[in-house]
Design a protein around this ligand. Structure first.
Ligand SMILES: [Zn+2]
Length: 275
């Protein structure tokens, strides 16, 4: 049976494109009147510049929601990227071996049932992009369209989300989704990041995260409405000591797991509070 190439593109709102890279990561291209913005760069299987040139001829900036290899893998295809300083080490340089390990894992999860790709497709570029830093409250003005940056730590120390003011979309990277990993920062930090999103809850209707169309399931839908409140409930119950904690795994490593509503949070039981 014929398979899909390394990406699928779906217009999720006017001039707003979700790019699903082989079921491994999602990127988003937001196009205004004068500029565009690419959110994340996937694992780097795809010639992103050619793909974006098919979608817009406007100049554009590139924002990385966080430093994990499945979001920065394609970053070296660009001259300049924005990332939060706390995650900046991910580009010095990009760990392509970690990208390859992740791609192999996703292939085992079924990505190549649907997509024609392999680790050979990873573009291992050595020249790293110039790095500019994201900060809370930063604005990207695309002309008739504004995107606001919110610092949403927890999944990583430097995780950021963006709000598309016109289309009322939250682009949350890996900071607020149904399978939330909090393995590297504390639950207290994750709760602070989720509360930062909560403070902007009235500004968005949809939440697109960094992994739509996971592995061999090529869907492009936003997160359920209850994800934010479910995730906050889980963090609060863990910190209060009232959560029912199970043992599980997060991408192959042992983790403590709490499930509530639509959300499952995997975390390190020795890293609940900051101090
Ligand atoms: Zn991540």
């Amino acid at each position: 049976m014929a398979k899909l190439k390394t990406f699928q593109v779906c217009e999720i709102a006017k001039d707003t494109y979700a790019i699903n890279e082989a079921g491994m990561a999602a990127m988003f291209l937001v196009v205004g009147e004068k500029r565009a913005l690419l959110i994340d760069t996937g694992v780097g299987l795809t010639d992103l510049k050619s793909l974006i040139a098919q979608l817009t001829d406007l100049p554009y900036d590139v924002v990385l929601t966080h430093g994990h290899m499945d979001h920065v893998g394609g970053a070296a295809q660009f001259d300049q990227v924005y990332i939060h300083p706390a995650d900046g080490a991910a580009l010095s340089p990009i760990d392509y071996d970690a990208v390859a390990d992740y791609v192999e894992k996703m292939i085992r999860f079924g990505a190549t049932d649907v997509y024609d790709c392999s680790t050979q497709d990873i573009k291992r570029l050595t020249k790293m992009p110039e790095v500019k830093y994201l900060r809370d409250g930063m604005i990207f003005n695309l002309g008739g369209r504004i995107l606001k940056v919110i610092e949403t730590p927890g999944h990583t120390a430097g995780s950021c989300s963006l709000i598309d003011v016109r289309e009322r979309i939250l682009f949350s990277g890996d900071a607020c989704n149904v399978n939330l990993l909090c393995m590297w920062e504390s639950i207290e930090t994750l709760l602070s990041g989720l509360r930062a999103i909560k403070a902007h809850e009235h500004e968005f209707d949809r939440n697109f995260n960094g992994h739509i169309g996971y592995a061999g399931m090529p869907m492009m839908i936003s997160m359920p409405d209850s994800v934010l409140s479910d995730a906050i409930h889980i963090c609060e119950s863990i910190l209060e000591g009232s959560a029912y904690i199970e043992r599980g795994d997060a991408m192959g490593r042992p983790a403590s797991v709490v499930t509530y509503g639509n959300v499952r949070i995997c975390f390190d039981k020795d890293r609940l509070r900051n101090s």
